[in-house]
Ligand binder design. Structure first.
Ligand code: 5U1
Length: 673
């Protein structure tokens, strides 16, 4: 009987370990979560009934121990080194030249480098004895670190038992604990709900989570581990190259970066840096550069070490995304829909590759939570194309007289009343287009490339036209004369004539562009296209009930209500009439041919690099067939079209069991429709 139970326990453990490996390491789950959960419960019950069968490497033994009072110190058998840094191409060139001459390589021969992302997390050493997890330590000062074994055990991507037959009797694996971006956002949302202080970035969140004295807290934190090196190893020979070490680690059950590459020579190293910099935003975790290691271990040994870092490796860092600066002022911006956004004016600071002078504070709740004050020293972050934001305030540096910034009681631009609806964070000016700011923003939207596409009518000029009260609503654009424009400072005869011409040319438009340009709340380009295609006539849209509108693809109850409300307002009807009277026109929409739109109602997401066409082309192809192309994978997604080096969308699609199509399959399928 006990023998049967013991063998069942062994089978269930093997299955759970296999499923975890497929999920965390291969990124290819083969069973639904419910199946895993059921087996896990079975194992827990068997171990409860038969405590003699409990084993420290069992999948159930991730969160066990009670909180400890402090972390013990652990001496690393071999010091954990840090990496030298390069911040420019010249510095990387110098590193490369040192390697070539150190190895005595001819200039026409190119050294092989192993390249990887530089994870922005917390370095961790894991020790396995006879294939079973024994302990984990932080890097500390490189010689000894803190014993974080109980916390490391809770990280599901860290194997408690290694896979394979010929395992080392003693093995140290080195790598990084990170908090994936999605997990970080969810954690901060939870912290906010519970009125707890949020983490400034995923690195701090990962480090803070690993330093919890109660492993039950760490267990609830979304942490992941990526292995990148081995330390001391006994009982088997370590493979001879960095690339094969990583494959070996992968086979033993450790997650390793799918972005790892082996390249030859300096130019290929630089290309890798460029490609990772471009990919950075799409990666599921934060990275702050790339790491190059001479691939061959014998060559590594010949190059040796300098004080605390190896000569054979270097980190080529990305431009910093976070910097300190001071807040010179706080101002309010009023947007097209009246939303009032606090914006900090900053002492110029070079961050993430550009000079930043303004950073959004999002809304007044966020401003109050971060308690940003004029004169404060703040951490500013700029990631990729994202608008720069103030991450946090350095309280130690706050000037004594700095005062909290109050929420305005009236619109700071027009003095109208303001409103903050119950349960919403946005503060809104109720002035409508009588508010100069709202008027200027609505004209900028109307003139934008995606709407009426009025060439040469830039934001600054629109501000001036509104300032001078030459434009009180968008239809006044069509009454502007060349003489009027030419009288403005720095406006020549030719440019004023060009603008008047561009306004006239743009008046011959399409119904979709016109609808988008009206700025109906919640009606983006795609919805405007769908409305135009399905109603064909502005009159039909104007007269449609909320129920009728909901029959149109892409229009749900909220959007339908906004559209209906917009056309119910007399002032909007009058504005449309003024625009039609001014000559705005469009050809009649073609009748939507359902047979030419076989993908109507379907939603697709594109990820990764496509080789035979651009993502833009693929999007246009899908849209032409009636599909909607969205930016993120959800349960509503019909399929994910996956190019090379896909980002986090691929994992999300797997998690949600959304169909994934590679480029070849996509092309064949789309051409067959
Ligand atoms: N990807 C990667 N990060 N990283 C950090 N590899 C890597 N190697 C390191 C460090 C400190 O050190 C090696 C010398 C093992």
């Amino acid at each position: 009987m006990t023998e049967n139970i013991s063998s069942r326990v062994a089978i269930v453990r093997t299955l759970l370990n296999q499923y975890s490996y497929e999920y965390y390491v291969l990124d290819q789950p083969t069973v639904p979560d419910s199946e895993f959960d059921q087996l896990f419960l079975e194992l827990q019950q068997l171990e409860e009934q038969h405590p003699e069968l409990v084993d420290s490497a069992s999948p159930t033994q991730r969160v066990g121990s009670e909180p400890s009072a402090a972390f013990d110190s652990i001496k690393h058998r071999v010091p954990m080194l840090s990496l030298g840094n390069a911040f420019s191409q010249e510095e990387l060139q110098q590193f490369y030249d040192r390697i070539q001459s150190g190895l005595g390589v001819e200039p026409n021969e190119r050294t092989h480098f192993f390249c990887e992302p530089k994870f922005d997390g917390l370095a961790l050493s894991l020790v396995y004895k006879n294939g079973v997890f024994s302990y984990a330590a932080t890097r500390g000062d490189g010689r000894s670190g803190e014993d974080v074994s109980t916390n490391a055990r809770t990280i599901r991507s860290i194997p408690l038992r290694l896979r394979g037959e010929a395992l080392p009797t003693w093995l140290e694996v080195r790598g990084e604990v990170v908090m994936p971006k999605a997990g970080f956002d969810a954690l901060n949302a939870r912290m906010r709900e519970q009125d707890q202080k949020e983490f400034a970035n995923p690195r701090n969140a990962a480090a803070g989570s690993m330093r919890q004295l109660d492993p039950k807290i760490t267990a609830k934190r979304p942490l992941a581990f990526y292995a990148y090196a081995v330390g001391p190893c006994e009982g088997v020979d370590i493979p001879k190259t960095q690339a094969s070490v990583l494959s070996w680690l992968h086979d033993m059950g450790f997650p390793v970066s799918i972005e790892r590459r082996c390249v030859e020579g300096l130019q290929a190293c630089l290309d890798y840096h460029t490609s990772m910099l471009e990919k950075r935003e799409a990666l599921p975790y934060d990275i702050d550069g790339v790491v190059y290691k001479v691939n061959d271990h014998d060559a590594q040994e010949r190059l040796g070490y300098v004080s605390r870092s190896p000569r054979f490796a270097i980190a080529y860092k990305f431009p910093a995304q976070e910097k300190l600066t001071t807040v010179a002022g706080i101002e309010c911006q009023v947007g097209r829909t009246g939303a009032i956004t606090p914006v900090s004016r900053l002492e110029p600071v070079f961050v993430g590759g550009v000079t930043v002078t303004n950073a959004t504070l999002h809304n007044f709740e966020e401003l109050a939570r971060k308690d940003v004050r004029v004169g404060d020293t703040v951490v500013v972050r700029r990631a990729g194309d994202v608008i720069p934001e103030v991450v946090s305030v350095v309280l130690d540096k706050r000037p004594e007289k700095a005062k909290p910034y109050p929420m305005p009681e009236v619109c700071p631009v027009c003095g109208s009343d303001v409103e903050k609806k119950e349960g919403q964070v946005v503060l809104r000016c109720l002035g409508g287009v009588t508010c100069r700011a709202q008027l200027a923003e609505s004209i900028k939207h109307y003139a934008s490339r995606q709407a009426m596409n009025i060439d040469g009518l830039g934001d600054k000029l629109i501000d001036v036209l509104v300032e001078r009260s030459w434009i009180k609503d968008v239809s006044d654009l069509y009454r502007l004369t060349q003489n009027q424009l030419a009288s403005l400072p720095r406006m020549g005869e030719l440019s004023s004539a060009n603008i008047v011409k561009a306004i006239e040319v743009s008046s011959h438009t399409s119904l979709a562009r016109f609808l988008f340009g009206l700025g109906i709340p919640e009606v983006g380009e795609a919805t405007a296209r769908s409305l135009a295609k399905h109603c064909q006539d502005l009159h039909v849209i104007r007269e449609s009930s909320i129920d009728d509108l909901q029959l149109i693809p892409d229009v749900g109850p909220v959007v339908a209500e906004h559209i209906h409300q917009f056309f119910s307002h007399d002032k909007h009807q009058a504005l449309i009439q003024h625009l039609l009277d001014a000559g705005v026109n469009w050809p009649k929409e073609e009748v939507a041919d359902e047979s030419a739109q076989p993908l109507l109602g379907k939603q697709f997401v594109l990820t990764g690099t496509l080789t035979s066409m651009t993502r833009q082309d693929a999007k246009a192809k899908l849209q032409a067939l009636g599909a909607k192309v969205t930016g993120s994978v959800s349960a509503k997604t019909t399929a994910l079209i996956c190019g090379e080096n896909p980002g986090s969308k691929h994992k999300k699609a797997l998690d949600l069991a959304v169909e994934i199509m590679d480029e070849e399959a996509f092309e064949a399928w789309v051409n067959s429709l």
